[in-house]
Design a protein around this ligand. Structure first.
Ligand code: SAH
Length: 210
């Protein structure tokens, strides 16, 4: 239930759902996802569902992780990526294998600690952690050529826009009318361009820390 065969089936499903980036598919085939959830849920880790990770939060469904990563990387390779909402760390683990370094911020400390342990188990060393309100970004390491946000914000936080490099890409779910949609924002010399993409369902982006 937690074997490579199960992950190969998951990747087959992702391809049917329209994921094309072979580097993303390869990394998701090779990264154990079950280690990021409680043992009781391990057998369900490869289903295309979000699963609880405690503290009222969820691990994003495989399709969403794949889609956001693909959207982020579509315009070319990235070196420095800021991730907001580490959660259990699965998305961070996927990113860490596709970019040079990942700076990840989580507002719930026990989740951050768990994620740090899981990524250490996988020997992923190019991930840097901060316990903070991700709406502030991480100015010390800015600008970032990619920013990926895993919680739905009402509006795109200003600090994140400022910390996006010229030529950089941000993927973020935002609330739109009654629902949520993925948004991709690219920054050029002349400003920011936004594309509103598909409907999604994320936990809310919250301020402050726990
Ligand atoms: N990518 C994660 C998704 C976790 S769910 C995974 O694969 O598991 C979203 C996470 O965003 C939650 O852990 C939540 O605590 C966190 N979050 C919400 N608002 C935040 C904020 N302002 N700053 C940092 N983290 C935030």
């Amino acid at each position: 239930m937690t074997s490579r065969r199960t992950r190969e089936r998951m990747v087959g499903r992702l391809q049917k759902q329209g994921i094309k980036n072979t580097a993303v598919l390869t990394v998701m085939r090779d990264t154990p996802r079950h280690i990021f959830v409680d043992e009781a849920l391990a057998s369900r880790a490869y289903e295309d569902n979000a699963l609880p990770i405690g503290y009222n939060q969820t691990i994003s469904q495989p399709y969403i992780v794949a889609k956001m990563t693909e959207l982020l990387l579509e315009k070319g390779p990235l070196s420095k990526v800021l991730e907001i909402g580490t959660g259990c760390g699965y998305q961070s683990a996927v990113l860490a294998q596709l970019v040079e370094s990942v700076y990840t911020i989580e507002r719930i400390l026990p989740l951050q600690k768990k994620a740090q342990n899981y990524l250490a188990d996988l020997a992923l060393k190019n991930v840097y952690y901060q316990h903070n309100d991700g709406g502030l970004g991480w100015s010390e390491y800015a600008p970032f050529d990619g920013i990926l946000v895993s919680a739905a914000a009402e509006t795109v936080p200003d600090m994140l826009l400022q910390q996006l490099a010229v030529g950089g890409v941000m993927v973020i779910p935002t609330t739109q009318n009654n629902g949520q949609a993925l948004q991709r924002i690219t920054r050029s010399n002349t400003g920011y361009q936004a594309e509103i993409l598909e409907a999604v369902s994320f936990v809310p982006f919250l301020s402050g820390v726990e």
